[in-house]
Design a protein around this ligand. Structure first.
Ligand SMILES: Nc1ncnc2c1ncn2[C@@H]1O[C@H](COP(=O)(O)OP(=O)(O)OP(=O)(O)O)[C@@H](O)[C@H]1O
Ligand SMILES: [Mg+2]
Length: 288
């Protein structure tokens, strides 16, 4: 087995990376794949909370890296989806302990055990975020429909291209996928949020999912339940559809070819007026 590594990244913080890692990872597992979600957000560990397994974490990434625990001791298996696992990050250790060699060692072990490894990246472009990007075969770039988020997502794309193991080894580039979260068609109509079209004009990469702003996400998160386990909610459906699109697209090797995702009852391509869009674009790139 040699896993495909998918890093969930954003640039800007608080946009929905951890939510997406848990939900997309669980959705891939529901499709029958063996999946491990890995928390790279050292010190701020919260993927275990969103997955609802925090009480069962005994060992973490650094224990495996240092050989004080083996991988099977550190992996926490989900009780609802048995082919879904979590490798937690350390809450206390010095971030610099997470060296390239330590990460290579753990990632090699994981690659041998899983079909998909989902890496939840910390915000920003610091050490942990670069480490999470380094191993990526695919990058899911998460952004909200607002200017700062889109601009930071645009910046992170440059890092993905330059810093990845794939780039350094001369392999085909990391495949990028856009996930827009917290989208509200009503707020787009009022001009309070960027439209999907505007976002896609700026961030030129295939759109994997549009996840609506939804109270169900907060409820899932508080209950320690990845949003995709609830297939009846709009957000849950969006993440499940995203996993199926991803699998179909990567299975057939069709590059850059996602169709616009379906969002129940929404003509979400409706947008700001042309003038409003141009104004936003100017403001967006004025300081870039
Ligand atoms: N589709 C959504 N609808 C409503 N709330 C959402 C949605 N997606 C995420 N959230 C909420 O946004 C907040 C931030 O989400 P999350 O922790 O996943 O972001 P993050 O990018 O991982 O943050 P950080 O950069 O701090 O790691 C959480 O309270 C989460 O419940
Ligand atoms: Mg997070």
């Amino acid at each position: 087995m040699s896993a495909t590594v998918i890093t969930v990244t954003s640039g800007k913080g608080g946009v929905g990376k951890t939510t997406t890692t848990a939900a997309f990872g669980a959705a891939l597992a529901l499709e029958g794949h063996r999946v491990c979600v890995v928390d790279f957000d050292m010190g701020l560990r919260n993927l275990d909370l969103v997955m609802g397994v925090e009480k069962r974490v005994v060992y973490d990434f650094l224990h495996v890296a240092h050989g004080t625990a083996n991988l099977s001791q550190a992996l926490v298996r989900d009780k609802r989806v048995p082919n879904l696992f979590l490798l937690a990050t350390s809450q206390t250790a010095d971030k610099e302990e997470l060296t390239h060699e330590a990460i290579d060692h753990v990632m090699n072990l994981l690659r041998g055990e899983f079909d998909y490894i989902l890496c939840d990246s910390p915000a920003g472009i610091e050490h942990g975020a670069m480490m999470a990007l380094h191993h990526a075969d695919h990058a899911i770039v998460v952004c909200n429909p607002e200017m700062t988020s889109v601009r930071d997502a645009d910046r992170i794309m440059g890092y993905i291209a330059a810093r990845s193991r794939r780039a350094q080894a001369g392999l085909s580039p990391v495949r990028e996928h856009l996930v827009v979260t917290r989208y509200s068609e009503e707020r787009v109509r009022k001009g309070e949020m960027l439209s999907l079209e505007t976002i896609q004009d700026i961030l030129v990469m295939p759109l994997l999912a549009v996840v609506p702003e939804s109270d169900s996400v907060l409820r899932s998160s508080n209950a320690g339940r990845p949003a995709s386990l609830d297939g009846k909610t709009d957000a849950g459906r969006a993440y499940r559809a995203a996993a199926r699109s991803f699998l179909a697209e990567t299975r057939h090797g069709i590059a850059q070819s996602y169709r616009a995702p379906q969002m129940a009852g929404a003509g979400f391509l409706s947008a700001l007026t042309e003038t409003a869009q141009r104004g936003l674009l100017r403001r967006l790139f004025r300081h870039a």
